[in-house]
Design a protein around this ligand. Structure first.
Ligand code: SAH
Ligand code: SF4
Length: 426
């Protein structure tokens, strides 16, 4: 699904309407909507009006997706302007990323605004909405940060049956218009390769949807079978590109080399890769974060980077999460180095700032959202960290565009473009 900024009809001439958006005027085709009139608010895409919406909802979406005001560039330092300028023609160096991570005040605001401008320039005002189904909270791993780690004996565990998973997925596609779903779980070998293959095949037989899997490390053979069954992408973070920090966070279990071997396997098998890191881990430095941004750029077709949030019943329960500002700066810098990529506002950012997190993330370079489709009685048990953000998304779902089947084709083309994308001569 996709959401765009609404526009208002100024005048109508046959099947053509003139619309106004942010002071610009455009002509669009109105054959797909009924009875367009001056003053009506609409959502449109590629010169076609898709949907009429109420003024109240239009204002709500505009508020959520509003831009930064103008920044007074006279107060920005020469160094800042030089770094931003160089980001427009070449990949930022690690030192420049560290410089940007340290910005404060007006330069921080300018950085976030630049992330937004790049997003607008390269991706226009389209915001993609994907869904996630968290189908099991059993895990054989013991990542120190995660509430699902096997050593957490205080967590009530659940597993969805294959039929339940398939039905939730098919319903999300057919009833709500989702086109991309992530199936996520702890590393749970209860689901054999054959079971996972059948789940994917059944979903693909019953509806047109891109399936991303996020099930941890299962080796080349499993991922090959799942790809053949119809999975298109993986959501798999490398967590941190610092091997020493990685080892500290995974004293038993996950291994640094295996993590990256998996990313190489995904590349080789032709998966669309959503990857990234955790921001604000204990002992993580800004240099680590800068490296993580560059490693994300190397592997990711879609970004998956978000803040670490402490989770009770884990060894890191007493640590502090990072500031919202740091997370926003990482999003903006990631947008500077990955101009065409999908960059989601993560649930973890929305958890850090439940009131403004989504709006702030979308205002500094992010262009997609992941909505939780896990049924409520399981959702509260999928406790990667405390107070995981959730809200009823029906307003957003209501206005998600691309509900038509033809939109699947559009998404497919976009994904292929991204897979083939080479942004800079490297
Ligand atoms: N088990 C799979 C997928 C589920 S975990 C895997 O590990 O790949 C999905 C993601 O949740 C992890 O990659 C991790 O980055 C994130 N996560 C776990 N604990 C977290 C925490 N305390 N704060 C923020 N994100 C966390
Ligand atoms: Fe398991 Fe993934 Fe959590 Fe690690 S991050 S404990 S692998 S669910």
């Amino acid at each position: 699904m996709c959401l765009t900024i609404p526009a208002q009809i100024v005048s109508v001439d046959g099947n053509t309407a003139t619309i106004s958006k942010n002071g610009d005027y455009n002509k669009i085709d109105t054959t797909l909507i009924q009875d367009p009139k001056p003053g009506d608010w609409i959502l449109y895409i590629s010169d076609f009006a898709i949907n009429k919406i109420s003024e109240e909802d239009a204002k709500e979406i505009i508020d959520l997706l509003q831009d930064y005001g103008n920044i007074n560039t006279e107060t920005l330092s020469g160094k800042f302007l030089e770094v931003i300028k160089s980001s427009q023609t070449s990949l930022l160096a690690k030192e420049d990323i560290i410089y940007l991570l340290n910005t404060e005040g007006v330069e921080k605001e300018a950085l976030l605004a630049e992330g937004n401008i790049i997003r607008k320039t390269f991706l226009k005002d389209f915001y993609c909405i994907h869904g996630i189904i968290e189908f099991s909270n059993y895990c054989t791993n013991d990542c120190l940060y995660c509430g699902l780690r096997k050593e957490n004996k205080n967590l009530q565990r659940y597993r969805m049956s294959p039929d339940e998973i398939v039905n939730i997925a098919v319903n999300a596609v057919q009833e709500k218009g989702y086109k991309l779903l992530v199936l996520q779980s702890g590393e749970d070998f209860y689901y054999s390769d054959e079971t996972l293959v059948n789940i994917i095949k059944q979903i693909k037989q019953r509806c047109r949807v891109f399936i991303f899997i996020s099930i941890g490390e299962r080796g080349h053979n499993t991922y090959k079978k799942l790809k053949e069954a119809g999975a298109s992408g993986v959501l798999f973070r490398f967590e941190t590109a610092n091997p020493v920090l990685f080892k500290k966070l995974h004293p038993n279990g996950k291994n640094f080399e295996d993590r990256f071997n998996h990313l190489n396997i995904f590349k080789e098998l032709g998966y669309f890769i959503a990857t990234g890191s955790l921001i604000g881990l204990p002992d993580q430095t800004l240099e680590d974060i800068a490296n993580d941004i560059l490693v994300t750029k190397k592997y990711a077709n879609m970004v998956s980077t978000g803040p670490f949030i402490p989770s009770t019943d884990t060894p890191l329960a007493d640590y502090k999460p990072p500031s919202v500002d740091l997370v926003l700066k990482v999003i903006a810098i990631t947008r500077l180095v990955m101009r065409n990529a999908r960059i989601p506002v993560t649930t973890a950012l929305e958890t850090l700032d439940p009131v403004n997190g989504r709006m702030l993330g979308l205002k500094c370079g992010a262009n997609s959202l992941m909505f939780n489709l896990t049924p409520p009685h399981y959702r509260q048990l999928y406790k990667l960290y405390d107070n995981k953000f959730y809200q009823d998304e029906s307003t957003w779902e209501k206005y998600g565009l691309f509900k038509l089947d033809s939109s699947y084709k559009m998404l497919e083309e976009k994904m292929l473009n991204v897979l083939e994308d080479k942004e800079y001569e490297e």
